[in-house]
Design a protein around this ligand. Structure first.
Ligand SMILES: Cc1cc2nc3c(=O)[nH]c(=O)nc-3n(C[C@H](O)[C@H](O)[C@H](O)COP(=O)(O)OP(=O)(O)OC[C@H]3O[C@@H](n4cnc5c(N)ncnc54)[C@H](O)[C@@H]3O)c2cc1C
Length: 499
């Protein structure tokens, strides 16, 4: 897999040239980092008589390859069963850390931290995700300068494919940590995560409405995204339809050409430390009340919900950045992430979305787009994170600058197979248009991947050598493929050796 080689990967309009003169060195580094070492516990014991996997008397018996092993569960719990342990700032520790059990959710973590004066605001929008699940899929927030969640992880303890308890850390095993930052559950069962957290602060949350067409201007986007701490752009489609246009759409099944999505309003949710003086310089076009227009699309309903949130609140950081999953129930999601180079490119992506929505609406009526969500975040030092720069793509590794990424999310509320089919067809059509303008967007691992054309080829070309390195690490930690599933085996060409 990591044979010494050099070559060219064609990646959309990019040509990535990579050289791997140091393949052998890297291979031996991976061997070093993944071999059972000091601090790891070879805790499994053979138990040929056990027939079934069972948990009893504080011991977990389970089958890894042909071995059956027993683990003492108390060895896998944090300090006698705690779920969160804070290591606060002090003169010798410039960064606050928490050790957290994998099944702790963001909301639980933040509740524990809040009492102690800390927060973790850099996870996904939805508060109910688990820390291990969100890291495994490289979930991220909307802070231009902060990476996806794995970027905050400093150490991990897990059970590998042989049933051994292993520990990895940023200092001792940086290559394995780079794989763990988006592990897709393929590297083992994570049972302890150590990650950085920040002091809790009070923030101001402003909600400003502006026409979608303003986002087609690169200087508008640059100012919005780089001058504020966290920015979520939310678009409930068709909110500028007039009553006459809505009725026309109902009667004819098509949207009249007098409507233009560029005139729809988008919500800019802008979060800043309350201590910071902010000059937004954006005129708020918030209507005084919800439009009194016949509802013909889910986007209009979503817009009215967005409108009902207050224009300005002071909140604490962790509460301001997350919403409960119930708010987004029954949603079909896809997310297209591109490496942000200039805001001109990002503006083009939004313009293409608007043009496609117009054309499809004029010809085929209301389209299945309940919400568009647009966010920017920083790159992570990670092999498979959607927000990570590929080896050979740039020199970020040397400068410690891991780049920035823009993500464009398409949501639709679905209630039937038919709805799912329609939503996916629309999302694929949008992605094809985005590809055509020279992007080669990556999917979010925790959302719908099937809407991406040529998925397997896309993943292979887009991650290139990083995917090969990840696969080598996976093979070292789980040679028999006990943590694989059929989909990932197909996607990554993994052969399962389990008996
Ligand atoms: C409503 C909603 C909103 C979302 N918003 C955002 C967003 O704003 N930003 C964003 O980036 N993403 C977002 N996502 C994606 C979401 O963050 C991911 O799908 C995340 O993985 C969900 O976490 P979970 O705890 O439900 O994961 P699970 O489904 O429990 O886990 C996901 C995967 O992680 C692995 N895993 C879980 N636990 C372990 C463990 N202990 N050891 C090893 N592997 C493990 C497994 O492979 C598992 O399949 C959203 C998803 C939803 C449903």
């Amino acid at each position: 897999m990591l044979a010494g080689r050099s070559g060219t990967i064609t990646q959309g309009s990019f040509r990535v040239i990579y050289k791997l003169g140091r393949a052998n060195k890297l291979r031996s580094r991976i061997r070093d980092e993944t071999k059972i070492g000091r601090g790891d516990t070879e805790s499994g014991i053979r138990c040929a008589r056990m027939r079934k996997t069972s948990a009893c008397c504080g011991q977990l018996a389970y089958k890894f390859s042909s071995l059956r092993r027993h683990l003492n569960l108390s060895n896998l719990a944090l300090d006698g069963g705690k779920r969160v342990i804070l290591q606060p700032l002090n003169p010798n520790r410039p960064v606050a850390l928490v050790k957290v059990a994998p099944s702790v959710t963001q909301v639980e973590l933040n509740r524990e931290l809040e009492v102690l004066g800390y927060a973790f605001p850099f996870g996904p929008l939805v508060s109910d995700v688990t820390i291990a699940g969100a890291i495994a899929t490289s979930s991220h927030s909307a802070n231009f300068n902060e990476p996806s969640m794995g970027g905050f992880m400093t150490a991990v303890r897990l059970i590998d494919g042989r049933g051994s308890v292993r520990q990895f850390s940023e200092n001792r095993t940086p290559v394995v940590m780079k794989a763990l930052r988006c592990n897709l559950g393929l590297l083992g069962i994570v049972f302890e995560i150590e990650m950085k957290v920040v002091p809790l602060e009070t923030v101001s949350v402003r909600r400003v409405f502006t026409p979608l067409r303003n986002l087609f201007k690169s200087h508008f986007l640059r100012h919005l995204v780089t001058k504020n701490y966290i920015v979520n752009v939310m678009y409930g489609a068709y909110n500028s339809l007039t009553e006459e246009e809505a009725r026309w759409a109902l009667e004819t099944g098509r949207v009249p050409r007098t409507w233009d999505s560029a005139n729809d309003l988008v919500l800019l949710q802008i979060i800043n430390p309350s201590s910071k003086s902010v000059n937004l310089a954006i005129e708020d076009k918030r209507p005084e009340s919800a439009p009194n227009v016949t509802v013909v699309s889910l986007g209009q309903t979503r817009f009215n919900q967005l409108l009902s949130a207050p224009a300005f609140v002071i909140s604490n950081l962790s509460q301001a950045t997350h919403v409960p999953a119930a708010v987004l129930d029954k949603t079909e999601f896809s997310e297209y992430t591109i490496q942000h180079s200039t805001f001109t490119e990002d503006a083009k992506v939004l313009k293409v979305l608007s043009s496609l929505l117009n054309e499809k609406s004029y010809k085929k009526g209301i389209q299945p787009l309940q919400l568009g969500l647009f966010r920017w975040f920083a790159g992570a030092n990670c092999f498979l994170c959607a927000g990570s720069a590929t080896v050979g793509r740039n020199r970020h590794d040397k400068t410690k600058d891991l780049g920035h990424f823009a993500s464009f999310h398409l949501h639709d509320l679905v209630d039937s197979r038919q709805d799912i089919k329609r939503a996916r067809a629309f999302q694929t059509a949008v992605i094809q248009e985005w590809d055509k303008i020279g992007n080669f967007g990556r999917p979010h691992w925790g959302k719908v991947l099937q809407v991406f054309p040529n998925l397997k080829q896309r993943i292979k070309l887009s991650y290139g050598l990083d995917l090969d390195i990840f696969k080598t690490i996976r093979e070292s930690l789980d040679a028999h493929g006990v943590f694989t599933n059929a989909f990932l085996r197909y996607l990554f060409d993994i052969k399962r050796k389990i008996r």
